[in-house]
Design a binder for this molecule. Sequence first.
Ligand code: SF4
Length: 358
Amino acid sequence: MPEPRPSLLEYSPAELTELLGSLGHKAFRAAQLAEWIWKHRVTDFEAMSNLPPALRAELAARYTLRPLEPVDLRQSQGGSTTRKFLSRLQDGEHVESVIIPAAVGQGGAHSSRLTLCVSSQVGCAFGCRFCASGLLGLTRNLSASEILAQILAAEEIAGERVDNLVFMGMGEPLANIDNLLRALTLIMEPKALGIGARHITISTSGNVPGLRRLAAFGKPLRLAVSLHGASDEVRSRVMPVNRKWPLGELLPALREWNRTGKHMITLEYILIEGVNAELSQARELARIARDLRAKVNLIPYNRVEGLPWVRPSEAACRAFCRALVAERIPVTLRYEKGHDIDAACGQLRLRKTREPQG
Ligand code: SF4
């Protein structure tokens, strides 16, 4: 396997000026380079036709433009154009990302054309009981450039720009907070990817220190919190993270987030038969949502191979939803698309047996 090379996607346009200056090149060359990387989004140094051949060769010897390579692509059946792709990283690890067309992304609630569900880690240490990604444990954090490269790869696959991001792929983004903030800075930078904070949703299992860092970052990002249990007893059964940061710590951190004037929080709640779908949990959930002025997203459990839990009946899901509506909580009951390719929330998992060689 070739030696991994640092990626130029780690550098903002201003930092490229410093980098090229340190290599003895003039500032206008950095501006040209930044245009090739961020405006034209080229994948090959040879395409940078206004850079001298010697500089192109020097950069190609030291750096890479794409620190990952898509190696498998699967499309959902049944009319949906949800697509999941598997990418190989330079060290041979793999991550998955999901391209979601506009009608599916965020319930069609805004005008985005193309949403990408982004991974932030290889595997995950948090071990939420419903989640395929947590089954293998954490291998490593993704770098900022590996996060960004998923977006560029998705655009190359889809043939159009991604304009909406959800950090709901593999990994707990707030457990990789340094690289996440770095990536977000470049994603939002108008001269880099230029995607506005309002079109970016960070999903967390309730990592309290990470939440406080993200709040201090001070951008109007959207926040989705995986609650999945409205009391410590129930939530700890579904999410081991609740033993480390129980509701008594999580809820004050979310109130703090609200005080900084961001968007309405979304509480994600996967309905699991015999675990958290009792109406008593709906009443507790309503109390929490009202306190946080949050909306609730109910997601009937998606089957995960190797896990024993099952989805409640449709009648039970609707009764849970009605209990929240009766308490005047904004709520959606979502049957996710992409289920057949394991691209729905909690189903991203590397399946090395399905990878093509190469
Ligand atoms: S739901 Fe998120 S935080 Fe929980 S195990 Fe899966 S990837 Fe990790």
